[in-house]
Design a protein around this ligand. Structure first.
Ligand code: ADQ
Length: 475
């Protein structure tokens, strides 16, 4: 097999890099199969970026570039996180569009393509990750790249009625169709994409198995739900359980039961709704007052996007209100921490918890849900309360599934989780763990890369790389 190039906006070399699911997943793929990871180094520059810096760390290779200051804000905080992120998570109220930000997004993608190009050799395959880099494949094709290029969308793909709020939606669809393989987290996401393609290109453009015919070539689509490294997470959680930070945290609970939440601080994660539901839980089940502690870890990121500053303020107020109302001299109901922890320590916290709350309003997958199940002691496992709007709910059907907007429903689920008999907890956990083992992180990258390799066979039949004009649909 040729060399594998992973490309993502951010590579996890920079010390300031925020933790995220993409990095966790791609690192696992890289460790298993080698290759090179190309992307932004987390810094901005006033000059035109030159050749990528090549770094080797822990036997993995990275090629990184800085981004021009003038481009960064409009590309990253602007079109990527002010337009695509809210749109793809169905937050039309928080969505905005600006022509200049879209132009910066296109320029940034073209820049990534031009700096990646000299590193490529015949036989390589290129795997592009996530919404920041939708146009990268199209830019690479425009520079003559003929190697297989695949794209995996880590976040949801919206239904056409939401997608069409984006004035440049047709360009975004056309850019996606420059790839040989497009991967989604769930069948719903793939169907939303194919639905949009049918409307824009005509129903005949989508054939069996979701293969799109366009511009004399074919584009494959597939569902690749990202998983976790079950063995590594289980081992690291068991080991971390005895570590000093986890032991100190446990001792500070003085026998109280632990409810845990671990999320990037993001409005899509439903943290405000979670805090409201926890307050409702304490109101509805007063016997639990003083008996449980909610540990919510939510590191900050994307602070330059206004919606993130707002949600941060709201969460501080909400946790403060709950603590003000219910706390006692020796008990704080919510411990709310805006900081990063080593991944192993987090796994130790997850293992120590009786309940994990995942209340995302919309989420591509949600790896924390999968890590929580994997981190548990199978003999005495905790219970996952999981949003039915997270991709993980398609697989983890034995979790207590909730609607994240249903405050009373979540409160009831927390109580049910805390009082669930051991036999039921074991049974639900065993079923969930078997599902996670069957679809772990290795299956995710192996299936995607194998399918992308298979796309190579059809490259010789590629006639021209431009999809036909998107004229069938008039907005
Ligand atoms: P994220 O939105 O970042 O990922 P998630 O899938 O939950 O969300 O992954 C977060 C990862 O970061 C987990 O592995 C977690 O353990 C880690 N993490 C979180 N907080 C941390 C902290 N304080 N310190 C250290 N590590 C921390 C995006 C999509 C998801 C999709 C993933 C993968 O939004 O829907 O599941 O990509 O495709």
């Amino acid at each position: 097999m040729g060399r594998l190039f992973n490309v993502s906006n951010r590579v996890p070399l920079a010390k300031t890099a925020a933790p995220g699911g993409l990095a966790v997943g791609v690192l696992a793929a890289m460790r298993a199969r080698g290759g090179l990871w190309f992307g932004w180094n987390g810094e901005t520059t006033s000059q035109e970026p030159g050749e990528p810096d090549i770094t080797c760390r822990d036997a993995l290779s990275y090629a990184t570039i800085p981004l021009p200051q003038t481009l960064y804000e409009r590309y990253y905080s602007g079109f990527s996180n002010g337009t695509l992120w809210p749109l793809f998570h169905y937050f039309l109220a928080g969505f905005r569009y600006d022509d200049q930000e879209y132009a910066a997004y296109e320029q940034a993608n073209a820049l990534f393509a031009s700096r990646l190009l000299p590193l490529l050799a015949p036989g390589d395959i290129i795997w592009v990750h996530d919404y920041h880099l939708i146009s990268l494949g199209e830019k690479l094709r425009a520079q003559g790249v003929s190697q297989p290029i695949g794209f995996f969308l880590h976040i949801p793909f919206p239904h056409f009625e939401v997608l069409r709020a984006l004035p440049t939606f047709a360009q975004v669809l056309r850019a996606l169709l420059a790839y040989d393989l497009i991967g989604f987290q769930t069948e719903t996401d793939r169907e939303s994409f194919l639905g949009a393609v049918r409307i824009v290109l005509g129903a005949q453009s989508v054939g069996e198995r979701g293969i799109v015919a366009t511009g004399g070539r074919t584009v494959r689509t597939g569902v690749y739900p990202i998983g976790v490294d079950v063995q590594a997470v289980a081992q690291s959680a068991a080991k971390a359980a005895g570590s000093a930070p986890v032991q100190r945290m446990m001792q500070s609970l003085v026998g109280r039961r632990l409810i845990v939440g671990v999320d990037r601080l993001d409005y899509a994660k439903g943290l405000l709704e979670r805090f409201q539901a926890y307050r409702q839980f304490l109101e509805s089940y007063p016997e639990q007052i003083g008996q449980v502690t909610l540990l919510q870890i939510a590191p900050l990121g994307r602070q330059k996007v206004q919606a993130y500053a707002q949600i941060r303020d709201s969460l501080e107020q909400s946790s403060g209100r709950t603590n003000g109302r219910f706390a006692d001299a020796d008990w704080t109901p919510i411990r709310y921490l805006n900081r990063n922890f080593p991944h192993a320590t987090l796994m130790g916290f997850l293992r120590a918890a009786q309940v994990c709350l995942v209340t995302a309003l919309r989420d591509g997958m949600n790896l924390v849900a999968k890590e929580f199940i994997t981190a548990q002691d199978p003999d005495d496992p905790g219970v996952l309360v999981l949003s039915n709007r997270a991709g993980a709910a398609c697989e983890l059907t034995e979790a207590l599934l909730i609607n994240p907007y249903d405050t009373q429903g979540i409160a009831g689920a927390i109580q049910r989780a805390l009082t669930m008999p051991l036999a039921e907890r074991r049974e639900r956990h065993a079923t969930s763990l078997a599902t996670l083992r069957a679809n772990d992180i290795h299956r995710w990258h192996t299936r995607f890369v194998d399918d992308l390799q298979a796309a190579r066979g059809r490259l010789s039949s590629r006639r021209g790389t431009e999809p036909k004009e998107l004229t069938a649909f008039r907005p």
